[in-house]
Design a protein around this ligand. Structure first.
Ligand SMILES: NC(=O)c1ccc[n+]([C@@H]2O[C@H](COP(=O)([O-])OP(=O)(O)OC[C@H]3O[C@@H](n4cnc5c(N)ncnc54)[C@H](O)[C@@H]3O)[C@@H](O)[C@H]2O)c1
Length: 383
C-alpha cells in the first residue's frame, strides 16, 4: 500500500469531509494507495482542534499555509477555502511541488483560473484535479457508461441542475458566499456550476452559445451583528445552451440551473438526457434510483431500477445497500488517489474534473454573465 501524505488547507465543511473519507479508507477494496493526513492549516485555530483530536498522525497544525507548503512530509494538498483565495493558494501549492485537489470553481473567475492553468503548465509533474462528487453516484456512473456507448441515439435535450433552498429563509445570516469579494461576480454560478457541468464537459458537450437569466431575491440579510447587510451575489441562474454532440455532430438544447433558492429542494442534483432511442433521469432526491425509457417502437414506458451499492471503486458494502453523500465523497477521493498513483482512470467518466474542464466551465460562466448583462445570446469560444 502506497501512502500519500496529505495536507488540508481550509478546515471547514469540506476539509472535514475529506478527513472522514480518509479515515474509512479500509471501506475500499482493491486500492493500492491511500491518503494519510499529515498536516492541517486554517487561519482560525478552532477548527484545527477537531482534526488533531481525531487524527493522531497529524504532525503539523498551523495557521499559516506557507508553513504547510514548506513541509517536505506533505506530498499532496486538498485546498478548500473561499473562492477569492483559490488562485493564490493553488498557484503557491503547485509552485511548492504539491499535488493538488482544489475546490470548485478553481479560481474566483476566468482570470484567476488562467493563472492556475499557467502555474500548472510551468510545473507539468504536478497532478491537479477539481472536486466534484455527484457523478460518482452509481446511477450517474451507469448513465455515463450509456453516454460512452452512445446508447441514447440522437440527443434531443439535456437538463442538468444543482438546486438547494438553503437561502430561502431571509433570516439566514450573511456568509462569504453572498459577497463579491469572496465569491466573485459569479455568485451561485461559481458556487454550484461545476456540479451540473461536470458530466456534460466530460461527454464533450461544449455549448456553442448561451442565453442566461440570473436573479437575486433578497437584497439584505442579517450580518454578524444582526444588522441588515447587503447581499451582493446572484442567487439563481438558468442557462440555455445550444450544444453540439461530438458523437453525432447534431446540436441540442441543454439547460443548466444553479439555484440557491429553489423551494422544495434541500440539496438536489438532477440530470436528464432525452434521446431518440433511450432517455434517462437521475436525482439525488432518490439517490438509489435510475429512471430509464427505451424506445424501440410501440409503447413508451419509464422504468425504475434500484441501483444499490454498484460502486466504480469497489467497497466492502453489500451490493443491495443504498448510497449516500459520504459514500460518493469516498468514491471521488478514491478516483483522485488512484489517478494520482497510476496516472490513469478505469473509464472515461471515472476520474475527477480536470483543470482543462474547469477552464471550459469558466468560459461558460463568464459568457453567462455577459448574456445576462446584455440580454443576448453569447457565443462561447473554447480557446
Ligand atoms: N464539493 C462540494 O460539494 C462542496 C461543497 C461546499 C463547498 N465547496 C467548496 O469548498 C470550498 C470551501 O468551502 P466550505 O464550504 O468548506 O467553506 P467553509 O467556510 O466551511 O471553510 C473554509 C475554511 O477555510 C478557512 N480559511 C480561510 N482563509 C484561509 C487561509 N488563508 N488559509 C487557511 N484556511 C483559510 C476558513 O477559516 C474556513 O475554516 C469552496 O471552494 C466551496 O465552493 C465544495
Amino acid at each position: 500500500m502506497k501512502d500519500i501524505r496529505f495536507g488540508i488547507i481550509g478546515c471547514g465543511l469540506m476539509g472535514r469531509e475529506f478527513a472522514s473519507a480518509a479515515a474509512r479508507w479500509c471501506h475500499l477494496q482493491q486500492m493500492d494507495a491511500r491518503p494519510v493526513l499529515a498536516a492541517v492549516c486554517d487561519t482560525t485555530p478552532e477548527p484545527l482542534r477537531w482534526f488533531t483530536d481525531n487524527f493522531a498522525g497529524i504532525k503539523q497544525s498551523t495557521t499559516k499555509y506557507e508553513e504547510l507548503l514548506a513541509n517536505p512530509a506533505v506530498d499532496a494538498v486538498y485546498i478548500a477555502v473561499p473562492h477569492n483565495l483559490h488562485a493564490r493558494l493553488y498557484c503557491d501549492a503547485i509552485a511548492a511541488g504539491k499535488h493538488l485537489m482544489g475546490e470548485k470553481p478553481f479560481g474566483i473567475d476566468l482570470a484567476a483560473n488562467r493563472a492556475i492553468q499557467s502555474a500548472l503548465k510551468k510545473n507539468p509533474a504536478i497532478f491537479a484535479r477539481c472536486s466534484s462528487e455527484f457523478p460518482f453516484f452509481p446511477a450517474m456512473q451507469r448513465i455515463c457508461r450509456m453516454i460512452e456507448r452512445a446508447e441514447f441515439g440522437t440527443i434531443l435535450e439535456v437538463n442538468a441542475s444543482f438546486q438547494h433552498s438553503s437561502d430561502l429563509d431571509p433570516a439566514k445570516p450573511m456568509n462569504w458566499k453572498r459577497t463579491i469579494a469572496a465569491n466573485g461576480e459569479y455568485g451561485c454560478l461559481g458556487d454550484l456550476g461545476m456540479h451540473p457541468l461536470h458530466v456534460p464537459l466530460r461527454a464533450g458537450w461544449l455549448p456553442r452559445n448561451v442565453r442566461a437569466i440570473l436573479t437575486r431575491l433578497y437584497a439584505q440579510r442579517p450580518g454578524r451583528d444582526g444588522k441588515p447587510t447587503t447581499c451582493e451575489t446572484w442567487d439563481n441562474a438558468t442557462l440555455l445552451c445550444e450544444t453540439a454532440d461530438p458523437q453525432t455532430g447534431t446540436t441540442f438544447p441543454m439547460t443548466i440551473k444553479t439555484q440557491r433558492i429553489a423551494p422544495g429542494e434541500k440539496n438536489s442534483w438532477n440530470f436528464e438526457i432525452l434521446g431518440s432511442r433511450r432517455c434517462a433521469r437521475f436525482s439525488t432526491k432518490q439517490a438509489n434510483t435510475i429512471q430509464l425509457l427505451d424506445y424501440t417502437g410501440g409503447e413508451q414506458c419509464w422504468q425504475q431500477i434500484d441501483m444499490g451499492h454498484e460502486m466504480t471503486y469497489p467497497t466492502i458494502t453489500g451490493g443491495i445497500f443504498e448510497t449516500g453523500f459520504p459514500d460518493v465523497i469516498l468514491q471521488m477521493w478514491a478516483a483522485f488517489v488512484s489517478e494520482l498513483a497510476h496516472r490513469k482512470t478505469p473509464g472515461k467518466f471515472t476520474g475527477c474534473v480536470t483543470p482543462q474542464e474547469t477552464y471550459l466551465h469558466h468560459k461558460i460562466l463568464t459568457a453567462a454573465l455577459e448574456s445576462h448583462r446584455t440580454a443576448s445570446v453569447v457565443k462561447i469560444d473554447p480557446n
